[in-house]
Design a protein around this ligand. Structure first.
Ligand code: GRG
Length: 302
């Protein structure tokens, strides 16, 4: 553990991940690829290199550090996860979904390019993510890469984020009860965050118990992330960041904050931060940054 502050660590991880994404999303085709069409690459880069917080990559890097795992592998897995996250945002912004004009304060990919370009940019990022993890360049044993591929596929797919998005779209017609909201959010937002937290344990070859503990920590952080997001959606400030400006605007009804109120949500956030700290207490001071990450998520302003 160095004496870097939490903000400096977050910033450092963000810069490293952005540099890596910049390199991975370059114009030159890889072995086995024929060519990388410039307009498609420009759409992809518009949807990725555009000022995200890179919180999920940060969790991958820090969870790997917790187990003294290889940082090069962490960086590649972090970049791959951000590719999946960015694909989901690009597709979520489409007219058929949330129909947003702004993302991260800039025109969405389908506005800056066109709808077909945005669909293809998302498709490309999803497949690229698995290529980045499967590549020998991670330096991981094939078994570890396979575990990461499988865990990410399940987090991102029909039983995870995509399934959660389907439930969210269905919720517009038939509002879910509290248990339904919890399930929807655990899939749509929680699944990638749980993957981010447990990825470090896989990368470092930690035991099943440790992996499960990181998974549980990720679940708690995911809940806090979503609750904070729901609170932010109620504030005018967040709208200037491109949040809640599409069909999501006013969709706040289907949230736990709408059911229980702001005071309940703020108390619950405090409880979740404490839960995160308790879960990581066996790791002692080494887990300080991950504990702080839970607090960061609970208090985030964008
Ligand atoms: C289209 C398959 C598909 C899935 C879309 C994640 C998602 C599913 C939609 C985004 C809608 C949304 C606002 C979800 C709530 C939480 C969330 C994922 C916010 C965005 O993540 P941040 O805050 O964004 O980490 P940045 O821009 O910092 O990366």
């Amino acid at each position: 553990m160095t004496d870097q502050t939490f903000t400096a660590r977050l910033d450092d991880a963000r810069q490293q991940v952005e540099a890596r994404l910049d390199a991975l999303l370059g114009p030159a085709p890889l072995a086995g690829e024929t060519a990388r069409p410039p307009t498609l690459m420009a759409a992809i880069r518009h949807g990725v290199l555009n000022g995200g917080k890179r919180f999920r990559p940060f969790l991958v890097i820090e969870s790997t550090r917790l187990f003294d795992g290889p940082q090069e592998a962490a960086l590649r897995v972090a970049a791959a996860l951000e590719c999946v996250h960015c694909y989901s945002l690009i597709h979520d912004d489409l007219p058929a979904m949330d129909d947003d004009d702004l993302r991260r304060g800039r025109p969405t990919v389908h506005k800056a390019f066109d709808e077909a370009g945005a669909i293809l940019a998302g498709d490309s990022l999803l497949t690229l993510a698995f290529d980045i993890i499967a590549d020998d360049a991670t330096g991981l044993e094939p078994a570890a890469r396979l575990k990461l591929v499988s865990a990410l596929a399940r987090a991102a797919g029909v039983g995870g984020m995509v399934g959660g998005q389907a439930l969210d779209l269905a919720a517009e017609k038939s509002p879910p009860d509290e248990a339904g909201i919890v399930t929807l959010q655990a899939m749509k937002t929680g699944a990638l965050i749980r993957f981010a937290a447990e990825a470090g344990a896989i990368i470092a070859g930690a035991g099943d118990n440790e992996r499960a503990r990181l998974h549980r920590y990720g679940a708690v952080v995911g809940l806090a992330f979503q609750l904070a997001d729901d609170l932010l959606d109620l504030t005018a400030d967040s709208k200037t960041m491109g949040k809640a400006t599409g069909k999501d605007a006013g969709r706040g009804k289907g949230t736990l904050v709408a059911l229980h109120g702001i005071e309940w949500a703020e108390n619950r956030l405090g409880e979740l931060v404490n839960e995160a700290a308790t879960l990581l207490s066996p790791f002692g001071a080494k887990a300080e940054t991950l504990v702080e990450a839970a607090g960061f998520v609970a208090q985030r302003k964008n």
